[in-house]
Design a binder for this molecule. Structure first.
Ligand code: UN1
Length: 510
């Protein structure tokens, strides 16, 4: 990665680990080495934040809150609007950094930055629409209404696979809602986070009425830093994206202090291909969802449930597409599959494939790709696994391009198979039968948070609420009314009469 790229984004090659607005403090925690998954090259090496430094940053966010909550929401929206403009101006550079740091192909990295721009626009509009309800009071001359107020500093824990967009979903909403943000990005993607922070600080510099501490960034050393945020009573809301194991531990810590958590955890996303499906459309959707981002989206397609009559045709068509997938340098035009994030991800993929074989599965692909790929990175052939639906491995999310295929006969059976996993993020059905489509979307259909018809499981727009049920954690981020999680609701009853009628008709004469 060129030095010019870092400079264009306002970054140094030896960054500090703590940032409170424009104030940077060198870390005094363990050393962190950031490597590009493209070729294993070291991009940066610096000391991470120590627990004492993290404490300090959280306290700064608390101080900023008392000022930010007084700022009119449309003015907070103006901050987010200007930040979105900056993102537009730096879209290519930021996408290039995301590619270098997490190995996304250029198209998907550009899409991720676009997702940030989109949510900034959404949040800007929202800053004038933080509506509460007025409710009919049961008493004469009383007004019953609700107001939404800023909640307090929000801790955001983000994962490597969407190193910038998921923070932006949280940060843009939190800021218009009047909440400072304390961000702990994945230690695998600190440079992308530093770049976002630098762009936000440049925006803050134009708006001296906004306190700097509204944007705080902590480059911590993995779990400890996340747990520290989760434990802090100064952060009323923790929004965490990542594995189920991480979410479970964050949720328990936050619950112990009766804080709020917003969890967006693993998916084990399934798609049903019915007898009436448009197979050409289904094929394109399936491949994008299964191998896009090298199978490292939480929305990646992992289970394909196919009506018996189409099964062989679909499997063979998929195998032939998989055979000629362009795997390689994610920055090169035409590449569709970049590298896995690291060696540990590769090992987990191999373990899953070995388990699938032991459990009676037939595996195609999954081995290292070595032709026309940069040396030093971990490139794999995405795998297709034909397996019985009741095999234990199908219950697990493996964060790699592994697609389990299984047959079904009746639609009821397909639905049961689809919902028969502990996770509940994204789902899809390919059908031309309106009854099947509507049943899939109904109360007795897919049990996921994202339910799609004739579209794959991944690639949601920001306008909808994003998240899922069961082990996915139940949180909703991004569009719709997700903003409500970032605010506190006050119910006001105002008596403008001279009498004092009590609710429920209670008589209490003194
Ligand atoms: C994630 O993988 O954590 O729907 C987020 C999608 C993207 C977001 C994925 N818009 O695939």
């Amino acid at each position: 990665m060129s030095k010019e790229l870092l400079t264009a984004l306002g970054l140094s090659t030896q960054p500090a680990a703590i940032h409170v607005g424009a104030r940077a403090i060198a870390g005094s925690g363990p050393e962190l080495s950031v490597r590009s998954p493209i070729d294993g090259r070291e991009l940066a090496r610096f000391q991470s934040a120590s627990p004492a430094q993290i404490e300090l940053a959280i306290a700064e966010a608390g101080r900023a809150f008392t000022r930010l909550r007084e700022l009119p929401a449309p003015r907070r929206g103006e901050l987010v609007r200007r930040f979105g403009e900056r993102l537009r101006a730096h879209k290519r550079e930021l996408a290039a950094l995301v590619s270098a740091e997490v190995g996304k192909i250029t198209q998907e990295a550009l899409g991720e930055v676009q997702e940030m721009i989109d949510i900034c626009e959404f949040a800007t509009g929202l800053s004038r629409q933080l509506y509460g309800l007025t409710i009919a009071s049961e008493r004469p001359q009383h007004r019953l209404a609700e107001q939404w107020h800023p909640l307090g500093p929000v801790g955001v824990i983000s994962a490597f696979n969407f190193p910038v967009a998921v923070w932006a979903w949280n940060a843009s909403l939190a800021l218009v809602c009047g909440d400072p943000v304390v961000w702990k990005p994945s230690e695998k993607a600190p440079l992308s986070a530093l770049a976002c922070h630098a762009l936000l600080c440049a925006t803050l510099a134009e708006m001296p009425d906004v306190p700097e501490g509204v944007a705080t960034l902590i480059i911590g050393d993995g779990r400890g830093a996340g747990q520290q945020l989760a434990a802090s009573p100064l952060l009323p809301l923790i929004s965490a994206t990542g594995s189920v194991a991480m979410g479970r531990s964050v949720a328990q810590t936050v619950a112990a202090r009766l804080g709020r958590s917003l969890l967006e955890l693993g998916g084990n996303n399934g798609a049903i291909v019915t007898a009436s499906a448009d197979l050409e459309l289904a094929l394109r959707s399936i491949v994008f969802a299964a191998v896009g981002t090298c199978g490292q989206r939480c929305t990646s397609l992992r289970r394909l449930i196919v009506q018996r009559t189409h099964y062989e045709t679909l499997r063979d068509r998929l195998l032939s597409i998989y055979d000629r997938l362009p795997i390689g340098d994610p920055r090169s035009e035409g590449t569709l599959v970049g590298p896995l994030i690291d060696e540990a991800a590769y090992q987990r993929m191999q373990l899953a494939l070995a388990a699938a074989r032991t459990q009676g599965g037939t595996v195609w692909g999954g081995e290292r790709a070595t032709r026309n790929v940069p040396s030093g990175g971990i490139y794999v052939h995405p795998a297709i696994v034909e397996i019985a639906p009741n095999a234990a491995i199908v219950q697990e999310e493996t964060f790699a391009p592994v697609l389990y295929m299984m047959r079904y006969d009746s639609f009821d059976e397909a639905l049961a198979l689809h919902n028969g996993v502990p996770q509940g993020l994204a789902s899809a059905i390919f059908t031309s039968d309106v009854r099947e489509a509507e049943r899939f979307c109904s109360a007795s259909g897919s049990d996921c948070g994202i339910v799609n018809v004739n579209i794959g499981t991944s690639g949601a727009e920001i306008g909808g609420a994003f998240g899922g049920e069961k082990l996915t954690g139940g949180g909703r981020v991004a569009g719709s009314d997700s903003w409500k999680a970032y605010m506190r609701r006050a119910t006001n009853t105002v008596n403008y009469s001279n009498a004092l009628p009590l609710a429920q008709g209670i008589r209490f004469d003194v």
